[in-house]
Design a protein around this ligand. Structure first.
Ligand code: ADP
Ligand code: MG
Length: 298
């Protein structure tokens, strides 16, 4: 059997068989970051994200932005858990003919973003490879009471996103997005999301991960989904690399958030029973199953 036959998520499910968790690990595979027992009041978070030339970026793109993106993707996963990022290590695969100047620029871009979020760049690994590869492993911390996972969405909760979706690759936004650390910290401090993740593979598929983990279904309202300029609804549902937060809130909390920040967080639908699956409701209140595929590597 080839990887393309089981797909990216089929493969990850399979790799779960090789997961061995000591008592320190509260959450392993299945969320945006692993959750580790650490301190009476705080958990540690650990995530890793890899960018490969030709898949996530082209060598012709500005090196500063590529370095920046490598860290930003990991920061986004720490945000998705409600945490604060702390320390990163960076592994590089570098083709022999790449200029040192290019690598300096990648690191300058990474360092600038690390400083913005108070993250230490504290080591890494360097090897020779055919394509430029950058992996950022990142630690974070979150107060136990503020941790938000993918499995807490409940029937009746409202679904939100933190910004407009779609067209990230075409517009170049995937290289310049701001990871939603501040927004996530604000939410977990004042509004207690029941579930949260970052949208890296597209709203339709990523919401599917929250639904699966929480054992629920959802109805999205077509006319409520914020869409980037020049982007179709279908692209907003499937494009990916948005790195906005996708989260759920109990109704009374949702109303409070909406009345106070109507232009910052967008209510896009509601959590329903698992048997209803994922549905998209049109402007006249008719809904149909939403079966769009999001980005997957295989
Ligand atoms: P994200 O897009 O949030 O970075 P991914 O889609 O990369 O998340 O991964 C989803 C989940 O699968 C995560 O919990 C991650 O730890 C796990 N995962 C991904 N790749 C592997 C792997 N090679 N081995 C074990 N777990 C993996
Ligand atoms: Mg994620």
């Amino acid at each position: 059997m080839r990887v393309s036959q089981i797909g990216e998520f089929g493969l990850i499910d399979r790799l779960g068989r090789f997961q061995n968790l000591t008592a320190r690990v509260i959450k392993g595979i299945g969320d945006d970051a692993a959750v580790l027992r650490y301190h009476v009041q705080r958990h540690q978070l650990l995530t890793t994200d890899m960018l490969v030339e030709g898949v996530h970026f082209l060598r012709s793109m500005p090196a500063e932005k590529i370095g920046r993106k490598a860290l930003a993707c990991s920061l986004s996963d720490i945000a998705a858990m409600g945490g604060v990022p702390t320390i990163a290590v960076v592994s590089l695969g570098i083709p022999k003919d790449l200029t040192v100047r290019y690598i300096d620029k990648m690191y300058a871009g990474m360092l600038r973003l690390a400083r913005v979020f108070g993250v230490s760049l504290a080591g890494g690994d360097t090897v020779c490879s055919a394509k430029i590869t950058i992996n950022v492993a990142l630690l974070g911390e979150v107060e136990r009471t503020r941790l938000v996972c993918r499995d807490g969405a409940r029937i009746g909760d409202e679904i939100f996103v933190s910004g407009p979706l779609g067209g990230s690759l075409k517009s170049g936004r995937h290289l310049t997005f701001t990871p939603r650390i501040r927004e996530a910290r604000f939410l977990v401090g004042h509004f207690k999301p029941t579930a949260m993740m970052d949208i890296s593979d597209g709203l339709a598929g990523d919401l599917g991960h929250i639904l699966k983990a929480s054992g629920v279904g959802a109805v999205l309202m077509m006319n409520a989904i914020p869409v980037n300029h020049g982007v179709t609804l279908r692209q907003a549902l499937t494009d990916g690399e948005d790195y906005e937060l996708l989260f759920t809130l109990a109704k009374p909390v949702a109303r409070r958030l909406q009345s106070r920040f109507p232009n910052k967080f967008f209510a896009i639908g509601e959590i329903v029973s698992k048997k209803d699956g994922l549905r998209l409701m049109d402007n006249v209140g008719k809904s149909q199953p939403l079966n769009l595929r999001s980005f997957a590597h295989f």
